[in-house]
Design a protein around this ligand. Structure first.
Ligand code: 13P
Length: 283
């Protein structure tokens, strides 16, 4: 069932768990995520970046998720991840999508507020949910590449003002995670997170969760994170399983055969992450 992200996140916040948001790219990856979530009766967010929509087509991705929402009896939603252009957001909203991240974190504090507020006014007008980011994550996510030197943590005092002036429904925080793989264990500033939680009462979102040790993820959930974003940790096993199968079966030309182990590899990680987030049996 298609359900609002706001509702999903508020339930997580109230009950002290997090909902995983998995980046999907096509039918196979979306189904793998949905099937594992259904097995464990977990609400789930399927996220797609502008890069994914450019690759597969907005209407096609939208149609896949809508079909899944009809078939899968769990709260399931399509979420626009790291969108920067209002026109892109409008294109998906017109198709029926109601869950949006506007990422203006590369702008100044005041400009970020202005851009986000415009999106909030528009998306709230159709009863949608808006996530925005304050602070800046380093690393690489599709076409979004941020040098570590340009990354900075969320300022808790600014976070309070940002939430109040923009009217967003959830806040993506920068507390030491990065998009993509880590060279060494990430240094998470739990004090910053606790301080933000103290000042802001809407659900908090952790980007760049791939490669973050389980105990750290658990602690961030205890400190108020309600949505955990995972992309890289699905892409790698999907690709590895596909590669391994094709290397082992060089004559195979049937996509139904070689996508099967790749899908299964994603499902395994999705199950692990759902259990880590504690979102199982919450559907
Ligand atoms: P990772 O690729 O590090 O898991 O980050 C995902 C993310 O934050 C999507 O917005």
């Amino acid at each position: 069932m298609l359900i609002s992200t706001k509702e999903i996140l508020l339930d997580a916040q109230k009950n002290g768990y997090a909902v995983p948001a998995f980046n999907i790219h096509n039918l196979e990856t979306a189904l793998a995520v949905g099937e594992a979530a259904l097995e464990l009766k977990s609400p789930v967010i399927l996220a797609a970046t502008p890069g994914t929509f450019n690759f597969s087509g907005r209407a096609y991705i939208d149609a896949i998720i809508k079909t899944m929402a009809k078939d899968f009896q769990i709260p399931l939603t399509l979420h626009l991840d790291h969108h920067e252009k209002l026109d892109d957001i409008k294109a998906s909203v017109e198709l029926g999508c109601r869950s949006v991240m506007i990422d203006a974190s590369h702008l100044s504090f005041e400009e970020n507020i202005q851009v986000v507020k415009r999106v909030v006014d528009y998306v709230h007008g159709v009863s949608g949910t808006v996530e925005a980011e304050l602070g800046r994550l380093g690393g690489m996510e599709d076409d979004l590449i941020v040098d570590e030197r340009d990354s900075y943590y969320t300022n808790p005092i600014q976070a309070k003002e940002f939430v109040k002036r923009t009217g967003i429904d959830s806040l993506a925080v920068a507390i030491g995670t990065a998009h993509g793989l880590y060279k060494s264990e990430p240094k998470i500033d739990f004090d910053v997170l606790a301080n933000i939680r103290d000042k802001v009462d809407i659900p908090l979102v952790l980007h760049g969760a791939s490669g973050v040790p389980d105990d750290i993820i658990k602690k961030t959930i205890e400190l108020g994170i309600c949505k955990i974003n995972i992309a890289t940790e699905l892409k790698i096993p999907f690709t590895n399983a596909l590669r391994e199968y094709l290397v082992g079966n060089p004559q195979e030309t049937d996509p139904r055969k070689y996508f099967a182990p790749a899908k299964e590899a994603i499902k395994e990680i999705v199950r692990e992450k759902i259990l880590l987030c504690g979102s199982n049996n919450r559907a």
